[in-house]
Design a protein around this ligand. Structure first.
Ligand code: EPU
Length: 355
């Protein structure tokens, strides 16, 4: 069993660099240690927060009054069978290392998800997506410790209830601890290249390789400060702070009309809008800018990323309370301007999400 420590500061373990101490902290390097720690916490009646890479969490200034269990298990198994490859990865494996390995092995399916921070076990929880792909497209099953049934379970992808940035695991955060994730990838490609920005970037390459698509995605993400880089002034963030809202058609038309009337756009078709289940998906970053908050907006320790309005950046010396206040002001301004409510994307620890 890995060592249990008391009063461990969370700020250095989050990409935002914010948050008070965990009352108890265990870093588990074996699946059996994860289960032991959960059973031990159960006996003690202790609340548990399961931490991966810390790139999508907002921890309260007061910290977490319970056990923070960091998942640091490692291991990747790849078995090829004809044109298909099964990849089974331990939850603590860094996500982008897995993507790099699969691209090197000429396995297609994860290349568009290059450069995303965090660990593999977190990816099915919010059905991570970028550049036209979602984890759910290649996911086969999730192996988890079911804290309610107190046994290991294998949840097939079809039972994970995956949707845009959500899943059964996200909706029941206290039930499952993900131990391993299984993907099915295509041997020898071709890469997926359906996101218009990505297609434009590889234009001139009639048949881009998996490596070219990965490198292009990394370049696009770096331009938006969406690859964590110690030299980047926008490095301290939790990626997209809000999800892209899905609204009905008339609401989308009203937003476009309001942006036209304010002079933010000259033609209604300049507003990004994408067909989505249940309506039209709008771009939250665009809404923030259209509401009058340009990239880099905000004084003091928190502001919008200078490269992408959807990321809130901690410039240093701030508190979680100040972050929440800034985020609320951004959300309220978008609502006042367009009547569209933005939902927060990262997970809040030790405090309720923005109400
Ligand atoms: N846009 C703006 N201003 C901005 C940023 C974007 O007007 O500051 C516009 C863009 O011009 C584009 C549209 O908004 O027309 C969409 O922008 P982008 O392609 O950058 O993607 P996004 O919808 O803002 C989503 C994911 C990202 C993912 C990218 C790329 C969500 C919440 N975010 O962002 O995921 O990398 O697509 O596929 O769905 C994350 O979840 O943390 C994350 C970074």
């Amino acid at each position: 069993m890995n060592e249990r420590r008391q009063g461990v500061p969370m700020a250095p373990r989050t990409s935002l660099g914010l948050g008070g101490p965990a009352r108890s902290y265990i870093c588990a390097s074996e699946s059996a240690h994860i289960v032991d720690a959960l059973e031990d916490a159960r006996r003690k009646g202790e609340s548990v927060f399961i931490l991966g890479g810390g790139s999508n969490v907002i921890v309260a200034d007061a910290g977490f009054d319970g056990l923070v269990l960091e998942i640091a298990t490692r291991g990747v198994q790849i078995s090829v069978d004809g044109s298909r490859a099964r990849v089974v990865v331990a939850a603590g494996e860094p996500w982008d290392e897995l993507v790099a390995t699969t691209v090197q092995r000429d396995l297609a399916g994860l290349e568009c998800l290059s450069g995303i921070p965090g660990r593999c076990g977190a990816t099915p929880i919010q059905n991570v997506g970028a550049y036209g792909c979602e984890v759910g497209e290649t996911l086969v099953a999730v192996t988890a410790w079911d804290r309610e049934l107190r046994r290991e379970v294998v949840v097939p992808a079809g039972d994970c209830e995956l949707s845009y940035r959500s899943s059964r695991f996200k909706r029941s955060p206290d039930r499952f601890a993900i131990l391993a994730v299984e993907f099915e990838l295509r041997v020898g490609g071709p890469p997926t290249c359906r996101y218009p920005e990505l297609q434009r970037a590889v234009a001139g390459e009639p048949a881009p390789s998996l490596t070219q698509v990965r490198e292009t995605v990394l370049t696009l993400r770096r331009r938006k400060s969406m690859v964590i880089d110690p030299a980047d002034e926008n490095r301290r963030s939790a990626g997209s702070f809000f999800t892209n809202p899905v609204v009905d058609g008339p609401c989308a038309d009203r937003v476009a009309a309001a942006a036209l009337a304010s002079g933010f756009i000259e033609r209604a078709d300049q507003m990004p809008r994408y067909p989505a289940t249940g309506g039209v998906k709008l771009a939250a970053g665009w809404l923030i800018e259209a509401a009058g908050m340009a990239r880099g907006y905000g004084e003091g320790p928190f502001g919008l990323s200078s490269k992408h309005a959807l990321a809130i950046v901690h410039r240093g010396g701030g508190t979680t309370a100040q972050l929440v206040e800034f985020a609320r002001s951004v959300r309220d301004r978008v609502f006042d301007r367009f009547g569209v409510e933005l939902a927060v994307e990262p997970v809040f620890v030790g405090m309720p999400a923005l109400e």
